[in-house]
Design a protein around this ligand. Structure first.
Ligand code: ATP
Length: 268
């Protein structure tokens, strides 16, 4: 069977409003991905070429995948998501073919955002890993595809990593992943925005103050906050399946469950 069939094109329904905080990262993605996909002529008019590849860096759960989906959707583009390790295993013995298929499919479905998650796994410094032969061939194929997309302004490439330090420098050179966008640990204002996103449909008791929840969750990433909100609902329903609202006690219990060592850290 053709490997092409394994490349899934999605149309994500995530919007900018689903991403709490991260205002700078959103703005940078708008400029680097949304503008070129939506208004290529503006760039041509002034004789500049938009960035080809954007590298999102940040620890797990900070919202890198979410941002990539949002920018694809907001650009009216299709979305192809490929995980680094998947690429190495799915096309055993023919990983370069996998890369070619991804780009071929992206062109067919354009405008398209290609998202390479965990890029460090296929792009760790050449010759350093155990499987350096395959990794090197995949990196080379990726470079070839990116260098060959000169005329393509309707395909945008985003890669994500939490290990920028081990990425092959060849991938970071101009014309490749040369635009770096940091996805930081959310500050208090961002945490408040993330709590708002995830409690949007929850009836909250009067004693729940989103600002206070944000204050109490220093060190939590977006994925943790989502888990807290889900857990608060589960704890509430477990006690009373007919409960009408979620109270502060449920949130506090949920915060301790999601990050048990957290309160100790804060008090120390
Ligand atoms: P990984 O490196 O583990 O792939 P990631 O940075 O790609 O993590 P996501 O997969 O985007 O993180 O986030 C996981 C989930 O956490 C999201 O689906 C979302 O529900 C929630 N989340 C993370 N960040 C945010 C945010 N800024 N606003 C709202 N929800 C968020």
């Amino acid at each position: 069977p053709s490997a092409l069939r394994e490349v899934m094109v999605q149309v994500p329904n995530i919007t900018w409003d689903d991403v709490g905080g991260l205002d700078l990262a959103k703005q940078e993605l708008q400029e680097a991905v949304e503008w070129p996909l939506k208004n290529p002529e503006k760039f041509e008019k002034f004789g500049i070429t938009p960035p080809k590849g954007v590298l999102l860096t940040g620890i797990p759960g900070t919202g890198k995948t979410l941002l990539a989906k949002a920018v694809a959707n907001e650009s009216n583009a299709n979305f192809i998501s490929v995980k680094g390790p998947e690429l190495l295993s799915k096309w055993v013995g023919d990983s370069e073919k996998g890369v070619r298929e991804v780009f071929k499919k992206a062109k067919q479905a354009s405008p398209t955002v290609i998202f390479f998650d965990e890029i460090d796994s296929i792009a760790s410094e050449r010759g350093s890993g155990l499987d350096s032969g395959v990794t090197q061939r995949v990196v080379n194929q990726l470079l070839t595809e990116m260098d060959g997309m000169e005329e393509l302004h309707d395909v945008s490439i985003i890669a994500a990593t939490n290990r920028k330090d081990i990425i092959d420098p060849a991938l970071l050179r101009p014309g490749r992943f040369d635009r770096h966008v940091e996805v930081p640990l959310p500050d208090e204002t961002s945490r408040e925005a993330i709590f708002k996103v995830h409690t949007q449909k929850m009836p909250l008791a009067d004693d729940v103050d989103i600002k206070q929840l944000a204050e109490q969750t220093e060190g939590f990433v977006g994925a943790d906050i989502e888990a807290v909100c889900r857990e608060a609902v589960m704890l509430t329903l477990r006690k009373d399946i007919d409960a009408e609202e979620i109270n502060l006690e449920a949130f506090e219990e949920a915060m301790n469950k999601v990050k048990p060592d957290h309160s100790a850290e804060v008090e120390a």
